[in-house]
Design a binder for this molecule. Structure first.
Ligand code: URA
Length: 196
């Protein structure tokens, strides 16, 4: 994980690198237990995250922590990261090019942590993770497949397939502009209780 951090610090080929350094932002590698059973993957850091280097530390993160607590999980128990590790300007969505550029870091993090479950937060993370782990045929609109689980595998460093469950969740920020979504999030999170 230290090597990933060091590489991200000098990731000059990223279109987000200059924006990061000009604003004295940090890359956001991820945070939590390296032995976590559940790995959460968001989209990209926002302003608070870029200023602190910590994932999900703003308003969406506060709700995410609440969701962890609702299933009896402590934040330190899980691993939280994003596909894109630098903040896109104006909190715009990450571009396909940015996702392609940063996703190898996420792939390496999966091999280090070897989670039982990857819970995707939002459609960008869902799209990348499902395609990456051979679930293209199951991919659908997030409104159709939120709160569901899919069985697949990742290849470990010894070239052995290891079972992996992908759980597709809405991005926690969606509850910030639509309060009615909070109960949907809580209900969807219940699927993770058995892995906690
Ligand atoms: N939204 C994300 O997708 N990731 C963060 O770290 C914060 C907000």
């Amino acid at each position: 994980m230290k090597a990933i951090r060091d590489e991200l610090l000098v990731f000059e080929q990223s279109p987000l690198y200059e924006y990061r350094t000009a604003n004295k932002y940090f890359p956001v590698v991820g945070e939590g237990s390296h032995d976590a059973a559940i790995m959460f993957v968001g989209e990209a850091p926002g302003l608070n995250e870029a200023k602190t280097g910590k994932p999900f530390c703003g308003a969406a993160g506060k709700f995410l922590t609440e969701l962890f607590e609702s299933i009896g999980v402590k934040r330190e128990q899980v691993y939280v990261t994003n596909i894109v590790k630098d903040r896109p300007p104006e909190n715009r969505d990450p571009t396909p090019e940015e996702i392609a550029l940063y996703s190898p870091f996420l792939d390496r993090q999966v091999k280090i942590i070897q989670p039982k479950v990857i819970a995707t937060l939002g459609r960008h993370s869902m799209g990348y993770v499902m395609r990456r782990y051979d679930l293209d045929l199951e991919l659908d609109a997030i409104s159709k497949i939120h709160g569901k689980s899919f069985e697949t595998a990742f290849i470990d460093d010894d070239n052995k397939p290891q079972p992996l469950t992908i759980v597709t969740l809405y991005h926690p920020a969606s509850a910030l502009y639509n309060g009615g979504m909070r109960e949907t999030h809580k209900k969807d999170f219940e699927i993770l209780r058995k892995y906690a």
